[in-house]
Design a binder for this molecule. Structure first.
Ligand code: UDP
Length: 234
């Protein structure tokens, strides 16, 4: 059983099958699973993406300045973080959104020591607005925050069982890696996360598990230390 984890959820995970926006039922299900592991005494921090709001906008805004587009992407993650906070509270879990971009009326600013204090008090912390900087991804934010709060592991939730040598959605004979190093992910050019996030994890010895969140109970299984998904080590 891990004591402290960072769970990275993509924006699409909240949209369920629809691909866009937030599906209330799905967010509630995810919150229920998180509540279950929080009850076991595990410190849980969540980093959420923004693809469910941002991807469509990005298509229409191809000509946009990259920095402005990235600011929009980061704001999208705040919307998702608020949805998760609300769903967690409905499940009886105390939760706090902490944003890398200050917006006092909406949520707390990210302050590392305060985030750790929330975790120690049993609250789930939801890190919003990525790293607060353009040209980064929420995967990089997840690795950075995992290191800052001294998490045991970074758990990256996806819609497939783990890391494969090819896209398992396209290639049915793709082979899954039970374990792989960050170096091999870079060397083989596997599209697990962007290279900045991979290098950061590698350089700081942060283990990561990629697992399928669409299987009910998988969040508990992976946090309990059951062999689920693909383990990535430095
Ligand atoms: N983003 C950013 N800096 C960060 C994190 C995110 O600029 O530190 C922007 C970036 O435009 C990104 C968007 O926010 O595309 C949404 O994040 P991401 O694509 O990682 O979301 P996901 O695919 O996990 O839903």
């Amino acid at each position: 059983m891990y004591n402290r984890v960072v769970l990275k959820l993509s924006g699409e995970a909240l949209a369920a099958g629809r691909g866009f926006g937030v599906d209330g039922d799905r967010v509630h299900e995810i919150a229920g699973e998180i509540a279950e592991v929080r009850d076991l005494g595990v410190d849980i921090a969540i980093v959420v993406g923004g693809g469910n709001f941002f991807r469509g906008v990005a298509e229409q805004a191809k000509e946009m300045d990259r920095v402005s587009a990235d600011h929009m992407g980061m704001l999208a993650t705040v919307i998702n973080a608020l949805a998760i906070q609300d769903a967690l509270e409905k499940c009886g879990v105390h939760a706090r959104v902490m944003s890398a971009i200050e917006m006092h009326q909406v949520c707390e600013p990210y302050i590392r020591r305060r985030a750790i204090r929330h975790l120690e008090k049993g609250r789930v912390v939801i890190f919003a607005a990525g790293t607060g900087n353009p040209y980064f991804s929420t995967d990089t934010a997840a690795s950075l925050r995992a290191m800052e709060i001294k998490a045991d592991v970074l758990l990256k939730a996806t819609k497939v069982e783990g890391i494969y040598d090819a896209d398992p959605v396209i290639k049915t004979d793709a082979v899954k890696f039970e374990q792989i190093t960050y170096m091999d992910i870079l060397r083989l050019g596997l599209k697990v996360m962007d290279t900045t996030a991979v290098s950061l994890c590698k350089d700081n010895n942060l283990p990561m598990i990629i697992f399928n969140m669409n299987r009910p109970g998988n969040i508990r299984r992976v946090i309990s230390g059951e062999k689920v998904g693909s383990l990535v080590t430095a």
